[in-house]
Design a protein around this ligand. Structure first.
Ligand code: A2P
Length: 302
């Protein structure tokens, strides 16, 4: 069994030379690995998602050109992601080395001795020999154990203290452009991966729904009209054009295809600036139900 854990460092010369196409859109990393600049997000509310839908979506995504998959054990569909990848490998459509899979350590497994068994469990569930990236899902630990959302008898979440020194995922889209963080990352040759690049689904349990939906934005829609693209494609193009990896989630075949068709147009410098100016510094993914956690990360400016 081989563990390949990829640190997210970008060679400084890479960004300036970056040429992105549907067939070749990997960003080189300083350790010799590379990461495709667009990936399929695979989180979907488990109770609302029919069995098999994730397998079908990952297979569609591979067929339309996606090579990067963002998953996690806690999404409860990691076995389906693995099944789809393995089927496409068996068909001869892709080789394992063409695929970039990112798995995640859940909050109840932050204690150092739990990390390796968690990764090994992910590999067993995927039925793959390695993952390309393994990151900490959230920087807040919960009481260790098999219950993913542990609570006491009063329904209060049970938190836990651990020592964090790890990769960090960041929400990023035109309403939350993260320009300060992006500048910091570029100065230090770190690749930024944007979760919720489309402004996420609107589940009020963990999403701030007081901000208007990103994809309804008039500027993004008018730019879409100009290029014969949708607002979603404009939003994704904006991020990849500034070197930010995006992982839009869709389990809809048309939208999976749509989200990959972002390599055949480009935004002008002025349009990039206009989109940047939409920034409201508003997070969609606030996770306010955990804001009393001592390590709650979103009180910080970054
Ligand atoms: P669906 O899976 O039905 O396509 P994010 O990646 O920012 O978390 O956003 C995911 C949400 O956006 C999901 O609800 C997904 O629904 C929806 N979505 C994905 N692609 C598109 C698109 N091209 N246009 C509109 N909505 C989209």
């Amino acid at each position: 069994m081989v563990f390949r854990i990829t640190p997210g460092y970008l060679k400084p010369q890479a960004l300036s030379k970056m040429y992105l196409s549907a067939a070749d859109h990997r960003i080189p990393l300083s350790d010799g690995n590379s990461i495709p600049i667009i990936g399929l997000g695979t989180f979907s509310e488990p109770k609302l998602t029919p069995k098999g839908m994730c397998v079908a979506s990952v297979k569609t995504a591979i067929d339309v050109g996606f090579r990067h998959f963002d998953g996690a054990y806690v999404y409860q569909n990691e076995h389906e992601v693995g099944e789809a990848i393995r089927e496409k490998m068996a068909e001869g459509k892709v080789r394992r080395e063409d695929i970039f899979y990112c798995g995640k350590l859940w909050t109840t497994h932050h204690d150092p001795e739990m990390v390796r068994p968690s990764l090994e469990r992910t590999l067993r569930v995927l039925q793959l020999d390695y993952v390309d990236l393994y990151i900490i899902e959230l920087p807040m630990a919960f009481k260790p154990g098999d219950e993913p959302y542990p609570k006491d008898e009063n329904g209060k979440y049970l938190y836990h203290k651990t020592n964090l020194c790890a990769t960090w995922e960041v929400e990023c889209h035109p309403y939350f452009t993260q320009s300060k963080l992006l500048k910091f990352c570029q100065q230090h040759d770190i690749v930024l991966v944007a979760y919720s690049p489309l402004g996420t689904s609107r589940n009020p349990f963990w999403v701030n729904v007081s901000s208007p939906p990103l994809l309804k934005d008039p500027l993004l829609n008018s730019l879409g009209k100009k290029y014969n693209k949708t607002a979603a494609q404009v939003v994704l193009r904006f991020n990849i054009q500034r070197g930010v990896v995006v992982i839009p989630k869709s389990f809809n075949p048309e939208r999976i295809k749509e989200n990959f068709q972002i390599f055949d147009f480009s935004l002008t410098k002025e349009e990039m600036n206009d989109i940047e100016a939409l920034n409201k510094n508003v997070r969609f993914v606030e996770m306010l139900m955990w804001c009393d956690h001592p390590e709650y990360p979103f009180h910080e400016e970054y």
